[in-house]
Write a protein that binds this ligand. Structure first.
Ligand code: NAD
Ligand code: IPM
Ligand code: MN
Length: 362
């Protein structure tokens, strides 16, 4: 097949990890006789520097026209002045909103070979396989903001429709997994959470009688996620809780650099990005962990292009590289650390040698 993929490298380690994922996508294209045309565009700080805005019109137009979007990361100290008029992160929020990407899927499945990198005890990690579905286009991220000399406020609001669609998406995904959904809120304090809980309860009861839904308050959830991670299957939650809980969940896998994500809407183009940021502390050194972005490319193939065999090929290649101890510095715990390029080369090599090629197609 032919696909147009927009690549938004962004800032910091963004260009380093997207370059790795692009190499992997091209290797998959060669192996399975597809043609992926990559279109690189500006976003974030790089876009501010070049055009004055973090999401240029040309970037959004290209994304809308594409079959899928692959993004690295945005932000960094250069653009972090609290009084700055424009910020890289605004570009990311704007593209998510403009493309209607309300469901952000963030899977975590610790790999046994990388368990040494996790601060959690190994016996708690065996069999952990969870999927956080983070609401991505609503809540406090998009409410009205005010700032005066003496106060500031960020409004958190949700509509019934916004909650319905993301809970529905989480329940559908749970159907293909273990049929269990944990809805996370702060219903003991927040009105938006009480609405969230009511809507989630109704959707599960009326539309998904086959799914088990439980509710969990976000503070104790932060604790349970580490003390009994195996207890969870699909976790659905609002925008900011999902942001925080998934960085926490990355510690089950061993590093923030391992986790991929898929941002999906209804019929719109999907966007794929690692969950980590631009990592200014290691940017430019060639040591960033590219696995999260490479695994995001796998999700791109699966969800936007319908290429599940090819997605599985990338996931197998990553599994095999980890199995063989191909660790970037964040995973190596002081041991033998590979550069971004070396990790990528190990994945590319395994794509050539281990992925099975079925019948040729056009
Ligand atoms: P971060 O995720 O960039 O980094 C947190 C820590 O994890 C750092 O020590 C970093 O070196 C490490 N890390 C992250 N990804 C890694 C990788 N692939 N390999 C090895 N180590 C990795 O979070 P931060 O430092 O809080 O934020 C830095 C900037 O990134 C901020 O400007 C923030 O707004 C932005 N950010 C962007 C995104 C995004 O574009 N999606 C996500 C999160 C943060
Ligand atoms: C993420 C990031 C973003 C978010 C920031 C950079 C806007 O932390 O993708 O997880 O909070 O959504
Ligand atoms: Mn985040």
């Amino acid at each position: 097949m032919h696909a147009d993929i927009v690549v938004l490298p962004g800032d910091g380690i963004g260009p380093e990890v997207t370059a790795a994922a692009v190499d992997v996508l091209q290797a998959v294209a060669r192996r399975y006789s597809h043609r992926f045309t990559l279109h690189e565009h500006l976003i974030g700080g790089a876009a501010i520097d070049a055009t004055g805005t973090p999401l240029p019109d040309a970037t959004l137009a290209a994304a809308r026209d594409a079959d899928a979007v692959l993004l690295g990361a945005v932000g960094g100290p250069k653009w972090s002045d609290p009084n700055a008029a424009v910020r890289p992160e605004q570009g990311l929020l704007a593209i998510r909103k403009a493309l209607g990407l309300y469901a952000n899927l963030r899977p975590t499945r610790p790999h046994s070979a990388a368990i040494g990198a996790s601060p959690i005890k190994p016996h708690l990690l065996a069999g952990v396989d969870l999927l956080v579905v983070r609401e991505l286009t609503g809540g406090i991220y998009f409410g009205e903001r005010t700032r005066t000399e003496t106060s500031a406020s960020d409004l958190c609001s949700y509509t019934v429709a916004e909650i319905e669609r993301v809970v529905r998406r989480a329940c559908l995904l749970a159907r293909g997994r273990r049929g269990h959904v944990t809805s996370v809120d702060k219903a003991n304090v927040l009105e938006t959470s009480r609405l969230w809980r009511d809507v989630a309860t109704r959707i599960a009861r009326d539309e998904f009688p086959d799914i088990t839904l439980e509710h969990q308050l976000v503070d104790s959830m932060a604790m349970h996620l580490l003390s009994k991670p195996r207890a969870f299957d699909v976790i659905v939650t609002e925008n900011m809780f999902g942001d925080i809980l998934t960085d926490e969940a990355s510690m089950l896998a061993g590093s923030l650099g391992l986790l991929p994500s898929a941002s999906l809407g209804d019929g719109s183009v999907g966007m794929y990005e690692p969950i980590h940021g631009s990592a200014p502390d290691i940017a430019g050194q060639g040591i960033a962990n590219p696995y999260g972005t490479i695994l995001s490319a796998a999700l791109l193939l699966r969800y936007s292009l319908g290429l599940s065999m090819e997605a599985g090929c990338i996931e197998q290649a990553v599994d095999s590289a980890l199995e063989d101890g191909v660790f970037s510095a964040d995973l190596a715990a002081g041991g033998d650390a590979r550069s971004t390029r070396e990790v990528t080369a190990a994945v590319l090599e395994r794509i050539e040698t281990t992925c099975q090629v079925a019948e040729l197609r056009d």
